[in-house]
Design a protein around this ligand. Structure first.
Ligand code: FAD
Length: 417
């Protein structure tokens, strides 16, 4: 049955893109958020739109690497040790998902989903109402060690087998791509087909455009509970027991979705992957091409005239605390790759944090609840929520209007664990 009145809980990139394509399909949409649609995980991220990222996070080998990183205070990965049933169950499912069969099943799906998303972003960028610095300059994976060179060569071969334009560069070829930067690297892997954009601009412009299209926005409403009648949710409530009646609900609340759905009696496995970024306004030198410093897992993105540097994945129970050591780890790695780049020492107020919604198998949850008739969920995009945002919004609209899906949503089932 086609839904004609939908409340979306969560106005991040997933919620807004769902609102966009549902509105296009003629559905009346209201977006409800605990904040005011000006900041959050979908704003300060690295803005990369990356079909090259077709391998899910849970891969064989990642566990051994993760355990080594746990011992290093400045490493790009951390799990706050705690006896928490949800975390233990998540780690168990992560461990089970990190096998070649599961990864091989996920690769073509993630690739097709990412490529579709890139095409949709291009369409949005071509719409004259938008100007969010969308550019197709590719993605450069720089490396400094022989071990990483070997891994990137394997990745290049795998990518080429998927039909991706992936080119291995030696030191001088990498330097030629970045003439302004004094590179200290062994080489790089260049994914020519990737894109990037300025997420803060995209998000702000989306809100403005959606308001003009009569999408309703309710800010500062933190959903704390649901009213259920039989197998339907009929209202959402905030902490003051203020209620909003709903006909159909899409929960797209990012890393908070797991704890929120518990209130509706629904269990999904989801952990937060906190990360940090800093944005330099018009820096004196900066790379031309979005780059990942592969050994340190740091992302560097030129956005308009600015430059954003981001990284780290901390599973720490949605803690808002900024871990200074890990921020130092990010910033100290940059001049190791670019000798003419200073070590930065930003003020605490200049450090942005966001929470990636991470599933155990690195695939999102996008689909209807089996138990609640008028509830759909869209979350769990982990490190790729921006990249997959447009396609997720469109897929949600296809699911809710009973249209044919452009990509298969089979692997995105909410109850797959
Ligand atoms: C450092 C860093 C770099 C990244 N770089 C990239 C990148 O280059 N490319 C990429 O694809 N991805 C990247 N990501 C990941 C990406 O930012 C996320 O996957 C994406 O933003 C998640 O979007 P979302 O809409 O699911 O969640 P969010 O953006 O977190 O939105 C969820 C919304 O729900 C609201 N909400 C939560 N609970 C409630 C409630 N109870 N009631 C009402 N509202 C609620 C929140 O206020 C929020 O506005 C990066 C992330 C980080 C941290």
């Amino acid at each position: 049955m086609k839904r004609n009145n939908i409340h979306i809980v969560g106005g991040g990139i997933i919620g807004l893109c769902a609102a966009w394509y549902l509105n296009e399909a003629g559905v009346k949409v209201t977006v409800v958020d605990k904040n005011d649609f000006t900041e959050g995980t979908s704003y300060g991220n690295a803005g990369m739109v990356v079909p090259s990222h077709f391998v899910p996070m849970a891969t064989p080998g990642v566990i051994a690497q993760g355990l080594k990183w746990l011992l290093d205070a400045k490493s790009p990965f951390y799990v706050k040790p705690r006896l928490n049933g949800d975390l233990i169950a998540w780690l168990w499912h992560f461990y089970r998902a990190a096998n070649p069969m599961q990864v091989n099943r996920a690769i073509p799906v993630l690739l097709a989903f990412n490529e579709w998303s890139k095409a949709l972003y291009k369409e949005l960028a071509d719409n004259p109402v938008f100007d969010f610095n969308y550019e197709e300059k590719g993605l450069l994976m720089l490396y400094r060690t022989k071990k990483q060179a070997h891994e990137e060569a394997e990745m290049a071969a795998l990518a080429q087998r998927q039909g991706i334009d992936a080119v291995l560069l030696d030191e001088s070829q990498a330097k030629a791509l970045e003439p302004e930067m004094d590179l200290d690297v062994l080489g790089g892997l260049y994914f020519k087909g990737d894109a990037h954009l300025y997420p803060n601009q995209l998000m702000r412009q989306m809100v403005t455009q959606l308001k003009q299209k009569d999408v309703q926005f309710i800010s500062n409403f933190s959903v704390k509970d649901f009213k259920k009648e039989g197998n339907r949710i009929t209202a959402i409530f905030d902490e003051n027991h203020q209620g909003i009646a709903v006909q159909h609900l899409l929960v797209a609340s990012g890393a908070w979705t797991g704890q929120l759905l518990k209130k509706a009696g629904i269990k999904i496995h989801l952990q937060d992957g906190k990360g940090y970024s800093i944005t330099l306004k018009k820096p004196r030198v900066r790379p031309r091409i979005p780059t990942i410093l592969t050994e340190s897992k740091v992302a560097i993105t030129p956005m308009g005239d600015d430059l954003r540097i981001g990284g780290t994945l901390e599973i720490s129970g949605l803690s808002p605390k900024i871990n200074q050591k890990r921020v130092e780890g990010i910033l100290e790695s940059v001049p190791k790759y670019y000798k003419n780049f200073p070590v930065l020492n930003p003020q605490a107020s200049d450090i942005w944090k966001g929470f990636r919604p991470c599933t155990p198998d690195g695939l999102p949850y996008i689909g209807p609840s089996k138990n609640i008739q008028n509830l759909n969920v869209a979350t769990g995009h982990g490190m790729m929520g921006l990249s997959l945002g447009a396609a997720t919004g469109k897929l949600v609209a296809q699911q809710l209007t009973q249209e044919t899906r452009t990509v298969s949503d089979e692997l995105f089932d909410l109850d797959r664990f």
